[in-house]
Design a protein around this ligand. Structure first.
Ligand code: MLT
Length: 230
């Protein structure tokens, strides 16, 4: 499913939804857990984020790629690398990623996927033997290349496991985009909209980080509206 907007069209018989926002929300979430964050509360709106901030929570808030004024953290995965937030709970709102999580929140199981946890999450999905939706966050409800490529990477691994079947051409499209991109994600995405947007904000290091697969084996899972490590 390329964007949250088409969620209902693909949702029939789905057991597990994998929310994907490679640049950068789901990469940031995976990294936060890898570096010790205990819980994350994804919220869809800035209003909710402000309420949590007023209650004293640490809040990460991003819009248009930037930290929202007045908030401590934005959406850079590299912000978690020094372990400063070890053991903490962080509330997070982003332009698209947390909206995708919000859209999927009523699914039986919601997990967070990125290139960073590609192998670990693929292995887990294969073991579940359940119906999976790979949900790209897109950009403001439009198609985005990096989420689709990441979804294609998951498709590739699930397909190799043998027990794989998909009814949707979008699955085939994602797989082919992944195959074209896999040897050089950074170069392949050169002209893509969010890479250009983040580059203009001097966030090239974030892009490179998010496009480096398998940096963690954490699988963040949503339980009662809160993300925690599986
Ligand atoms: C989002 O949720 O739209 C993105 O993660 C935006 C960003 O790169 O900060």
């Amino acid at each position: 499913c390329f964007t949250p907007r088409s969620y209902e069209l693909y949702n029939e018989d789905v057991d597990i939804v994998v929310c994907i926002d490679v640049l950068r929300a789901t990469s940031a979430i995976c990294t936060a857990f890898e570096y010790g964050v205990k819980k994350m509360i994804p919220v869809a709106t800035l209003e909710e984020a402000i309420e949590y901030r007023q209650k004293g929570f640490i809040v990460a808030a991003e819009r248009k790629g930037q930290i929202v004024e007045g908030f401590e953290l934005g959406n850079s995965p590299r912000r978690y690398l020094d372990g400063e937030f070890d053991g903490k709970t962080i509330v997070i709102t982003t332009t698209n990623g947390t909206k995708a999580i919000h859209t999927a929140r009523k699914a039986q199981t919601v997990v967070i996927g990125s290139l960073l946890n590609l192998d670990a999450l693929s292995e887990w999905l294969i073991k579940q033997e359940r119906n999976v939706m790979l949900l790209g966050s897109g950009w403001k409800e439009t198609f985005c290349l990096e989420d689709t490529i990441c979804a294609g990477a998951f498709v590739d691994q699930l397909q190799q496991s043998g027990g794989f079947r998909s009814e949707f051409d979008s699955t085939i499209a994602a797989k082919y985009l992944y195959l074209s991109a896999k040897d050089n994600y950074f170069g392949y995405l050169k002209a893509s909209s969010h890479r250009r947007r983040l580059k203009a904000l001097n966030l090239n290091e974030d892009i490179k980080f998010c496009l480096t697969p398998n940096q963690t084996s954490v699988i963040p899972i949503l339980r009662n509206g809160v993300l925690e490590k599986l």
